[in-house]
Design a protein around this ligand. Structure first.
Ligand code: HEM
Length: 531
């Protein structure tokens, strides 16, 4: 009897292991081969055992200094027939759409998809936010936040953006005085501005007072801890294969079921960050409950006012905190990278740099010829930014060449659906690598060349779906106007203050980290200009 039971248990485990091996290793390969057979020349297959697509990004980075090398190659060698590539992430199989018309269809059908949670920190911090919301909840959140991202509202943020640019420049000037030859970490410099912008827009106050104390007693800003948590959540997955496997199988439940040492460590820190945010939110709610006249024009007050005045608003504290973290993540690195990349290209193109600087001076001093030197930047007005055509095109060209988001987050398909002729089953993955169209020589002549003027001669805007760095459709980037205003303001500031020079000794490598961009941040020098 005992022997018989043991035999059954062994058989049960053996079958379990065979099933897991089949599901995780053999099944994705078979499905992808079936897709190739079905769609022929229209599809290319990118398959890696184990992690899948992220491995292709890694391979491109290691072998060709660019995580997106495989997509750029597909675009360069494009046969007119190719429209899509099939991939796996772990044991899930998906389609990534490349053809602009199909990309449009994917984004119009957004309600058939649900973004995947790419790490434990993402799940914990952002799952209640607009970024991950679906259905009616998403509609309510998008409508509520949308008003504050309207172009006319953004003008209210300009004084803060200008003040932050000047503050960062003052510090840079001091550093350069001490050491004029220093390499400038230009993306980091821009991110100091963009992260503080999100804090001010959200909380109405600076992040200076929002500190976190770690277990070892060290103190750091909430923003630094947020960035470090997101990075650490990916790092531990890369370093511990058991953890990676556990995450791939258990997904968001991994934290809860037999948590490993690293998971406990991460969770403690995540709980602490949420608690710090909650403290600020609750304190402010109490103040507003006592006197609503204290209301100020920032996101936190907007949420709390709605909560106080409308008991059925559906807004929760979790939603408020998740949206702060979500906006911080979505708005800081992306906008910082876009502007840093633009400054890098300007360092390589002195003539374009000069013309951009001339444009900034011409536009600002048009109102008053007497404004000169240091006063130029402080006289910059919101309307001036719309007249900076070349600066706008420089940012667009940077987004075309090195888009911080090269595509959208992979999504699960939540119901069987057809995109063009492509059939997707519930549980499959879908995404769009729009960098493909942005580097396609049939769409952009000399696609590798930095040529902002291509946006000014009217040729490139024929098909709006060929250039979509902020995605498209109802779930496009809610912060795109804010990003462009911040970008132009930062460009104007740095062009007026510095000559931007290249750091030729550095090797340029493009890496997919959490966003896509330079893997090192010391590609330019700044030389103070005499104003
Ligand atoms: C150059 C800067 C930026 C780029 C390239 C960018 C790009 C994108 C892209 C591609 C998406 C779609 C993601 C997906 O569907 O998987 C997106 C969504 C989003 N972005 Fe941005 N973004 C930028 C700046 C910002 C800023 C400044 C904010 C706010 C402070 C912001 C907030 C958001 C939010 C909340 C979403 C989700 C919208 C929804 O699902 O309804 N982004 N962004």
């Amino acid at each position: 009897m005992l022997v018989e039971s043991l035999l059954y248990i062994t058989l049960f485990f053996a079958l379990g292991i065979i099933f897991l091996i089949f599901r995780a290793i053999i099944y994705p390969k078979i499905r992808l081969l079936q897709l190739k057979k079905k769609y022929g020349d229209k599809i290319q297959i990118v398959h890696h055992y184990g992690t899948g697509l992220p491995m292709e990004y890694r391979k491109g980075f290691v072998e060709r200094n660019d995580s997106m090398a495989f997509v750029r190659k597909m675009a360069a060698e494009k046969t007119n027939k190719m429209q899509v590539f099939g991939f796996n992430i772990g044991y899930n199989v998906g389609l990534s759409f490349l053809d602009p018309e199909l990309i449009k269809q994917v984004h119009q059908s957004h309600d058939a998809f649900q973004k995947i949670n790419i790490s434990q920190a993402f799940n914990y911090l952002f799952s209640d936010s607009l970024f991950y919301a679906t259905g009616k909840n998403w509609q309510r959140q998008r409508q509520f936040l949308g008003k504050s991202f309207h172009f006319d509202e953004i003008r209210n943020y300009l004084p803060s953006i200008k003040e932050l640019c000047s503050k960062v420049t003052d510090q840079l000037n001091k550093d350069l005085k001490a050491n004029p030859q220093q390499e400038i970490q230009v993306i980091n410099v821009c991110e100091k501005i963009t992260s503080e912008v999100v804090f001010r827009v959200f909380f109405g106050s600076t992040q200076e007072n929002m500190m976190i104390t770690r277990e070892d007693g060290s103190q750091l800003h909430l923003s630094e801890e947020l960035v470090s948590l997101i990075m650490d959540s990916f790092r531990i997955l890369q370093q511990n294969k058991l953890l990676l496997l556990k995450n791939l199988i258990l997904k968001s439940y991994s934290f809860k079921i037999f948590p490993l040492k690293e998971e406990k460590w991460l969770l403690n820190r995540l709980v602490q960050v949420k608690a710090a945010c909650e403290k600020v939110v609750l304190k402010r709610k109490e103040e507003l409950q006592q006197n609503l006249d204290q209301y100020k024009n920032n996101f936190l007050d907007l949420y709390l006012k709605e909560m106080i005045e409308n008991k059925n608003s559906g807004i929760t504290y979790d939603e408020i905190i998740a949206n702060f973290c979500g906006l911080f993540f979505a708005g800081t690195d992306t906008t910082g990278n876009m502007t840093g990349v633009a400054l890098y290209y300007l360092s390589l193109n002195p003539q374009i740099q000069k013309e951009a600087r001339d444009e900034v001076i011409r536009v600002i001093s048009k109102k008053n010829q007497d404004i000169k030197g240091n006063d130029l930047f402080s006289s910059l007005q919101f309307e001036d930014l719309s007249n900076m055509n070349l600066c706008n095109s420089i940012l667009k060209e940077s987004l075309r060449l090195i888009p911080p988001a090269f595509g959208v987050f992979p999504r699960y398909v939540t119901r069987d659906i057809k995109i063009g002729q492509y059939e997707l089953k519930k549980g499959d993955l879908v995404n769009t690598h729009f960098i493909y169209n942005q580097s396609n020589p049939q769409t952009f002549t000399n696609p590798d060349k930095f040529d902002p003027y291509r946006w000014m001669n009217g040729n490139e805007s024929q098909n709006a779906f060929n250039f979509t760095p902020f995605s498209l459709g109802p779930r496009n980037c809610i912060g795109q106007h804010l990003a462009m205003i911040e970008g132009k303001c930062m460009l104007a500031n740095f062009l007026l203050n510095y000559d931007i020079l290249p750091n030729e000794s550095q090797k340029v490598q493009l890496e997919m980290k959490i966003i896509y961009g330079f893997s090192q941040d010391n590609l330019v020098y700044f030389k103070k200009r005499q104003q």
